[in-house]
Design a protein around this ligand. Structure first.
Ligand SMILES: Cc1cc2nc3c(=O)[nH]c(=O)nc-3n(C[C@H](O)[C@H](O)[C@H](O)COP(=O)(O)OP(=O)(O)OC[C@H]3O[C@@H](n4cnc5c(N)ncnc54)[C@H](O)[C@@H]3O)c2cc1C
Length: 404
């Protein structure tokens, strides 16, 4: 494994960092307080090519590799988790699934505008009564001669009210002996008749982002909008999570870094008992722990990104990276508040927002409990990952950067 960053990787880091720190950091507190997403975020991310960063040029993307996606997510979440959430759903959970499972026609029709950021994409898996237990979902897609008719409700959907397109998983075969085999995936244009959406307010974190619900009432979609084969919905959803979780892991690594940097700055300025608080060993211990968390989280996501680049299945490694980084980011943000004392408890400083944002990532894209079950399952030999009909393509620089 070679984790040395290339010039292109550094360029991505600088560009995304510049956007986040100069354009978003100054206004993020205001939008977090208002519980609104700033209007300029999505168009600006599109303009900078961030929304298609790791998609092939011929599909409208920037032709960078999967590590670039991780680096971008780290820089974005170092500013605010809501920026990284955009990448998780638009690229991780949706666009990469089109790249992996889509037909050429679907890639031309849906992936190209998504990669360019002309269309925004979301991912509808969770329902009011089905989160970790995906196969308990009750949304249905009934096949008629020339179309599917979708009914049901999706809940806790990031960008629900901002997206133009959703990747939706619904039940096509209620009689399947194993309910996992009765699910299928669909690309749904949000403008279709019968689709309605709304925002969820009062969230603990990711307040400057958009989280909502999508209801489907007799929504007709053509057969050619089905992604993959009928009955492949669960496998497709899990492969989406392999990519979404990677972005969450990389983002949480950025959150650890932000907590560490804020703590270092404050510990070097704040004085108590005649010296900077950074001189006290108990404060140093917290900083040292953040350093350890950051370095380990970074290596774990880079390994997952490297495996994606090579075309090696990485469900196990990505799950570990996501579980580790998100748990550690919560601890780092909590200790950053402790280092800031009472000031950390107010939104005068950034660290209280880091803590509120960090909690969400321990819940979405597999709760920490689900990742622990996965890791124990692999270790005990209860779980393995059989090859998929369509694997995420390995990164190939010539093919990715070829416009044709
Ligand atoms: C901010 C935010 C954004 C989100 N964005 C999206 C999105 O874009 N698209 C989407 O589809 N979903 C999204 N989600 C939903 C998210 O993926 C689910 O919340 C998550 O999968 C957990 O499901 P649940 O909330 O129903 O909890 P449950 O599955 O009901 O779990 C409740 C508790 O029980 C535990 N538990 C459940 N099963 C087990 C078990 N077998 N063993 C041990 N413990 C268990 C869980 O770990 C958890 O602690 C989002 C959620 C949030 C908070």
């Amino acid at each position: 494994m070679d984790f040395a960053l290339t010039d292109e990787h550094r360029m991505v880091q600088d560009m995304v960092k510049g956007f986040g720190q100069k354009e978003v950091a100054p206004i993020i507190k205001e939008y977090d307080r208002k519980q609104e997403m700033a209007d300029f975020i999505l168009p600006r991310m599109a303009e900078l090519g961030i929304l298609g960063i790791c998609l092939p040029v011929r599909y409208g993307g920037q032709g960078m590799d999967y590590i670039s996606l991780g680096l971008a997510c780290e820089e974005l979440e170092a500013v605010d988790s809501t920026l990284r959430v955009v990448m998780s759903v638009h690229i991780g959970l949706n666009s990469l699934a089109l790249l992996q499972w889509g037909t050429e026609e679907q890639k031309e029709k849906f992936l190209v505008p998504q990669s360019r950021g002309e269309k925004i994409a979301c991912f509808g898996l969770t329902e009011p009564g089905a989160g970790s237990d995906v196969a308990a979902m009750t949304s249905t897609a009934k096949k008629t001669n020339s179309r599917y008719v979708i009914n049901g409700e999706k809940m806790w959907i990031s960008l629900a009210t901002k997206a133009d397109l959703a990747l939706v998983v619904a039940r096509t075969d209620p009689e399947a002996p194993d309910p996992h085999d009765g699910l299928s995936a669909f690309i749904v244009e949000m403008e279709r008749s019968g689709v309605s959406t709304g925002d969820i307010h009062g969230k603990l974190g990711v307040r400057a982002g958009s989280t909502g619900w999508i209801a489907f009432q007799d929504v007709e979609v053509p057969l050619e909008n089905r992604l993959g084969e009928e009955g492949e919905g669960f496998k497709i959803a899990m492969s989406c999570l392999d990519n979404g979780r990677y972005t969450v892991a990389a983002g949480a690594t950025g959150l650890i870094r932000a907590s560490m940097e804020a703590s270092n700055k404050y510990a070097n300025e704040r004085r108590a008992f005649g010296r900077e608080i950074g001189k006290f060993q108990l404060v140093q211990q917290k900083i040292a722990h953040m350093v350890k968390s950051y370095e380990a989280a970074k290596l774990l996501y880079l390994r997952a990104g490297w495996m994606k680049n090579q075309g090696i299945r990485n469900t196990r490694e990505t799950s570990l990276a996501k579980w580790f980084a998100t748990d550690e980011s919560f601890d780092a943000a909590s200790e950053a508040i402790q280092i800031h004392g009472a000031y950390g408890y107010s939104d005068e400083y950034e660290v209280e927002r880091y803590l509120r944002n960090a909690k969400g990532a321990i819940i979405y894209e597999g709760t920490s409990e689900i990742h622990q079950l996965m890791q124990a399952g692999y270790a005990l030999g209860y779980r393995d990952d059989p090859p998929l009909r369509c694997e995420l393509p390995a990164y190939d620089v010539d093919s990715w950067q070829n416009p044709k």
